[in-house]
Design a protein around this ligand. Structure first.
Ligand SMILES: [Mn+2]
Length: 306
């Protein structure tokens, strides 16, 4: 497989990079629209159209930071499911702990293994999704993409969920009885004035935090390319506000981010949204960690870009 690049930038060795991107193109338990396996490549392809300059931060993040797109994690899917996910955990734990680690799905079932590898101690998972993903199992599998939030609870984490607008009866009962779940329903964020209190919760997080973004959290008019679309949902500026709130305070120890469930589509707007979201995350994280004041030795300095 040829080397993948983000923004066409040269790849630094992973152990020397400030930002590591790991493609995990798993497509195994998808129940509706197929295509998640092609998402990482589609994101890299459209990233070529992004500017190096990030307009909100007012800087070029990759002048100051180096980037590494790691080889895709493509263990055979005919392995035992538990074994496949255990290998993914082990793999992600082998990357350095102090960089920004972003995984690109693939379906949402990869998140518990990613979190297990990056955040072995109890922490908080910010979970943006149209669905609660709290089923104990679905279609005979505990590793189904309808179950990752339940697995995260079992790992001992707290869940801060937003954008949810499709739930199963037993999921509602679990949310009511499980104090470690804070769920902001999509309609509450829109109609009942809970947006500010949700942002307040995000910006008051402390300790280890992991951010999981299911692209179906977006309103499907913004991102039609997802495996299981739902009407309603968050708009681009809300997702940006969430990321800004998460990085505004340095007391958050961000262990990793994933962007999952994207299904590339003909207009390419969905994959462009994912690529630009990745750029925003890089920019906010870089500024929160002081990279804008560090020497210009980043990946962009190795190329001619005018
Ligand atoms: Mn999901």
């Amino acid at each position: 497989m040829s080397e993948q690049k983000f923004l066409s930038l040269p790849n630094a060795p992973a152990d020397q990079a400030d930002i590591v991107i790991l493609p995990v193109p798993l497509e195994c338990t998808v129940s509706f629209k197929p295509g998640t396996a092609k998402a990482p490549d589609a994101i890299f392809e459209v990233s070529d159209q992004l500017e190096f300059f990030e307009e909100d931060g007012g800087w070029s993040p990759f002048k100051h930071m180096s980037l590494s797109v790691a080889s895709a994690f493509t263990e055979p899917t005919d392995l035992d499911e538990a074994e496949w996910h255990a290998r993914l955990s082990k793999h992600v734990s082998s990357f350095p702990a102090d960089n920004l680690f972003i995984s690109l799905g693939g379906e949402h079932s990869i998140t518990p293994a990613l979190v297990a590898g990056r955040m072995p101690e109890p922490g908080t998972v910010v979970f943006l999704d149209a669905h609660a993903d709290l089923r104990d199992s679905y279609q005979g599998s505990k590793f189904n993409h309808a179950c990752p939030a339940k697995r995260l609870l079992e790992q001992g984490h707290e869940l801060l969920m937003a954008g949810v607008r499709s739930v199963y009866e037993s999921e509602v009962e679990l949310v009511e009885h499980e104090p470690r779940i804070s769920l902001f329903m999509d309609w509450d964020l829109r109609g009942k004035g809970q947006w500010e209190s949700f942002l307040q919760r995000v910006s008051s997080l402390q300790g280890p935090v992991y951010l999981s973004i299911d692209m179906d959290a977006f309103n499907p008019a913004y991102v039609p390319g997802v495996g299981t679309p739902q009407p309603g949902g968050l708009i681009w500026y809300q997702i940006i506000e969430i990321i800004e709130a998460l990085f505004a305070r340095t007391n958050v120890d961000l262990r990793g981010v994933d962007i999952v469930e994207l299904v590339p589509e003909p207009s390419r707007v969905s994959e462009m949204t994912a690529a630009k979201l990745l750029m925003k995350i890089v920019s906010f994280w870089g500024q929160a960690n002081g990279f804008d004041g560090k020497p210009m030795t980043g990946s962009q300095m190795q190329i001619d870009y005018e």
